[in-house]
Write a protein that binds this ligand. Structure first.
Ligand SMILES: Cc1cc2nc3c(=O)[nH]c(=O)nc-3n(C[C@H](O)[C@H](O)[C@H](O)COP(=O)(O)O)c2cc1C
Length: 188
């Protein structure tokens, strides 16, 4: 049993998504005592953005890193992604990870009937933190929606969202957002 735990907030110890993703991984470890946890801190150790050179396989070091990231994603039984909403989307560090694991022939393929995901058979948790309140399927949400789409495109359809929202709308709203997210973690 392998858990891939990813954090991407730029806010270090002040980050809400980091606190929540850690609480979720701890909760999952109580259920899967044998779990091996791979941890990626994309803010502390950023993955270089995809470039033409990397895409064309002209940078050996980056090709090796890309393959490592793809294999790590394929091997994971559970993926936990701490995702802060920044300017309606994800942190650029998390987008850089998405660009490196979305690889034709490895995590998806194109067929005559359209794209097919190759990284199924895993469970994904999106641990979402956002200052405002958007709920489900908001036209302003390019954060949870993008992650869900990328998971689905790579074949991962079992996706749960742990959401703390309204965290920048005053202490009461923040407390409510955190309480709701922690309750979702307890139930996970
Ligand atoms: C650069 C930046 C951009 C942000 N953009 C948004 C936004 O578009 N919508 C929103 O509701 N909150 C926004 N926020 C608030 C964050 O979503 C909120 O602080 C959340 O807790 C971030 O997760 P973190 O605490 O794990 O970093 C932004 C915060 C920062 C620092």
């Amino acid at each position: 049993m392998k858990i891939l735990h990813i954090d991407s907030s730029i806010m270090g110890d002040a980050s809400i998504s980091r606190k929540l993703s850690q609480a979720l991984v701890q909760q999952l470890q109580t259920k899967h005592a044998d779990a091996q946890v791979d941890y990626l801190d994309l803010a502390a150790a950023p993955i270089p953005h995809l470039s033409a050179e990397i895409l064309m396989g002209q940078n050996v070091e980056q090709s090796e890193l890309g393959e490592q990231l793809v294999q790590q994603y394929l091997d994971a039984d559970i993926v936990v992604v701490g995702a802060a909403m920044y300017n309606f989307g994800l942190s650029s560090a998390l987008k850089a990870w998405i660009d490196r694991i979305s690889v034709a022939g490895r995590t998806f393929k194109y067929t005559e009937k359209g794209p097919v995901g190759l990284a199924g058979d895993k469970k994904a948790y999106i641990v979402s933190s956002r200052g405002g309140v958007y709920g489900e399927n908001s036209p302003f949400d390019f954060q949870e929606g993008l992650l869900k789409t990328v998971f689905g495109f790579t074949g991962v359809t079992d996706v749960s969202i742990i959401r703390a929202e309204g965290v920048n709308m005053g202490e009461e709203a923040k407390e409510k957002g955190m309480t709701e997210a922690l309750a979702q973690i307890q139930a996970a």
